[in-house]
Design a protein around this ligand. Structure first.
Ligand SMILES: *[C@@H]1O[C@H](CO)[C@@H](O)[C@H](O)[C@H]1NC(C)=O
Length: 260
């Protein structure tokens, strides 16, 4: 099924308004007060970069379920200023599930832009996640990335993933060891349909599992390509000065000094 011409007009008409509404949340985001996060585009490279694609009709660019909670948990683990969270600001309407591949091309392109930009940060560890339609977006975005960019992604978790069955329980062309697809038993979107049952709305309980897995992947990525001053650790060393984090308002990523 293809989206109607009316939907396409709606997409074009709605986008400028939506992007103008973006607000910024710095440090630890409170999901009760806002559903937006644009810390990577605002602050540039940080040791951990987390790119998230929300589910259909979730608010803001982060949604109000798994996205903000993963972000908060990563910040609790690594330190608030060690994590740059960015939501993919795409139009997640019910109808946009019906684009080929399960997500609208504009959103796929935007997630690719974010991931490619993150990959230009020399030692940052990149993780990504998506929920429902956002999971489909994540499949399509990562699948289309170049190998060097894919290699820079430490781990990807999807929830209630509408492309689970279509893509054979993986993200095509991406390392299965860096992929975790979380589907509740009985979630029919994971077996090739778009029937939304109550279990499809019950993924917050998996956030601790997802975060523990992402942390494992982040630390593993740091073993291979260590953060430049050796401070990438869990938890962050108490009282460490974090002088490497003064990266505000950089369009291009700041290249850190050579490791001593
Ligand atoms: C898979 O990832 C884990 C870290 O999470 C690592 O220890 C292991 O060596 C990886 N396996 C392969 C085959 O790359």
């Amino acid at each position: 099924m293809w989206p109607s011409a009316n939907l396409m007009l709606l997409v074009l008409a709605a986008f400028p308004t939506w992007s103008a509404e973006s607000s910024h949340l710095d440090a630890r985001q409170s999901w009760t007060s806002s559903y937006w996060s644009q810390e990577f585009s605002k602050y540039g490279c940080r040791p951990v970069i987390f790119i998230f694609a929300r589910a259909t009709i979730e608010p803001g660019n982060m949604g109000n379920t798994v996205g903000p909670r993963i972000s908060n948990a990563l910040k609790a683990a690594f330190g608030v200023t060690y994590v740059a969270t960015e939501g993919v600001d795409y139009l997640s309407l019910p109808d946009t599930n019906f684009f080929p591949g399960g997500a609208p091309p504009f959103g796929v392109g935007l997630m690719q832009v974010l991931l490619s930009a993150a990959a230009k940060c020399p030692n940052s560890k990149i993780v990504a996640s998506g929920y429902s339609q956002g999971a489909a977006l994540t499949h399509r975005a990562i699948q289309g990335l170049s190998d060097p960019v894919k290699d820079r992604i430490a781990g990807v978790v999807t929830f209630g993933d509408t492309q689970t069955w279509q893509d054979g329980g993986q993200i095509r062309g991406f390392d299965a060891n860096k992929t975790l697809i979380i589907c509740n038993i009985g979630d029919l979107v994971c077996i090739g349909t778009l029937y939304v049952m109550p279990v499809h709305l019950d993924y917050v309980k998996w956030v601790p599992t997802a975060v523990a897995w992402l942390i494992q992947k982040l630390l593993y990525a740091d073993e291979i390509n260590p953060w430049w001053d050796g401070t990438f650790s869990l938890p962050p060393p108490p009282g460490s000065p974090r002088t490497d984090l003064q990266l505000a308002n950089t369009d291009d990523c700041v290249v850190p000094p050579t490791r001593q």
